[in-house]
Design a protein. Sequence first.
Lengths: 113, 111
Amino acid sequence: ILNVEQSPQSLHVQEGDSTNFTCSFPSSNFYALHWYRWETAKSPEALFVMTLNGDEKKKGRISATLNTKEGYSYLYIKGSQPEDSATYLCAFPSGGSNYKLTFGKGTLLTVNP
Amino acid sequence: DGGITQSPKYLFRKEGQNVTLSCEQNLNHDAMYWYRQDPGQGLRLIYYSQIVNDFQKGDIAEGYSVSREKKESFPLTVTSAQKNPTAFYLCASSGPPNTQYFGPGTRLTVL
């Protein structure tokens, strides 16, 4: 089983703060890197699928970067809002297939009003 | 509305009983998945199916079984051989480029 590490485990910020967290994954045999957001009492929701080294994707105030050579991805949230409070998960395909995802344990973000 | 439904939301089972969790999707996705979540752990893949009548074991398949007779449906059976079945179970489906869409989950408790 591959090791997908996320840090920090949890994060508390004030409304309006910008924040970022990390996903580390094996740098060999890279295929894709997935980011999901999981709000309490809801289903996980896809944010990004990243495939190219140096790739940067953006969705509103949330953006992500990817470094496949060193095996990490950063997720940034600009001007955090209480509705951004969620667990952010990254996932990495294992076994050479994009179907079999290994998920990290997630970063729990709490944005205080 | 397109989406994934899982039923029931809560399920209680006595030790030694098999139980089947339902997952249906109307997104016309070929691939479907079952995950398990335990406190302090990431989502762990139980089984996945890339196409009808075909499925593969994930990382923690022991004590579980699945079938994929229809594109829309991927039921998961938790058998009595699963030593610690109490958990939250999530079903997902995907089309290209394998962005996964998740259902609302089933919480299984063994009494």
